[in-house]
Design a protein around this ligand. Structure first.
Ligand code: 8DG
Length: 147
């Protein structure tokens, strides 16, 4: 029992955080990148992110991303090259974020969950306040697309 309790709780007696695998779409059109602002409610209110969401059991990351983009923005994307997989510990969970470059095949982004979206050139991405899990990917994208 002691061992079970030790497993379920962190070293300072706190509960072990949830680890969540999330995918994000770096949708590029005419050299601009689609950025999405989270709503005022829930985790990370008002922060900017790449549209996407949690990988469901049995899904590949690419399948999850195409599904999320269809559900969230009503757009069809072709999921391309991997950008990065990075992990960030927030107060509410540990997020493993995997981002892919995507091509918009069909549709114009419709806001169903986000507060706003905008298209920015890579060198202006860091003007937004990104969710902290996204910052390494944003830096990689800026470097890759401006060099
Ligand atoms: N979709 C997306 N989520 C991100 C990014 N960066 C980042 O830290 N996250 C976090 C926010 C959420 O806690 C989680 C993604 O879950 P989600 O897209 O289902 O977001 P949510 O808050 O609406 O979901 P929920 O927990 O309320 O069910 O990952 C990102 O670039 N895209």
């Amino acid at each position: 029992m002691q061992q079970l309790l030790a497993f379920a709780r962190g070293s300072r007696g706190s509960r072990v955080k949830k680890q969540i695998s999330v995918v994000g779409a770096v949708i590029v059109r005419d050299g601009l990148i689609l950025c999405a602002q989270r709503g005022a409610q829930g985790n990370l209110p008002g922060m900017w992110e790449f549209p996407g969401g949690k990988i469901e059991p049995g899904e590949t990351p690419r399948d999850a991303l195409a599904r999320e983009i269809y559900e969230e923005l009503h757009c069809t994307v072709a999921v391309g090259e991997l950008v990065a997989t990075t992990t960030h510990e927030y107060d509410f969970a540990i997020i493993e974020l995997t981002t892919f470059y995507c091509e918009l095949l069909d549709g114009t982004p419709v806001l169903t969950e986000h507060e706003a979206v905008c298209w920015l050139p890579p060198e202006q991405l860091m003007m937004l306040e990104w969710a902290l899990a996204d910052v390494p990917a944003v830096q990689i994208i800026e470097k890759a697309m401006t060099s």
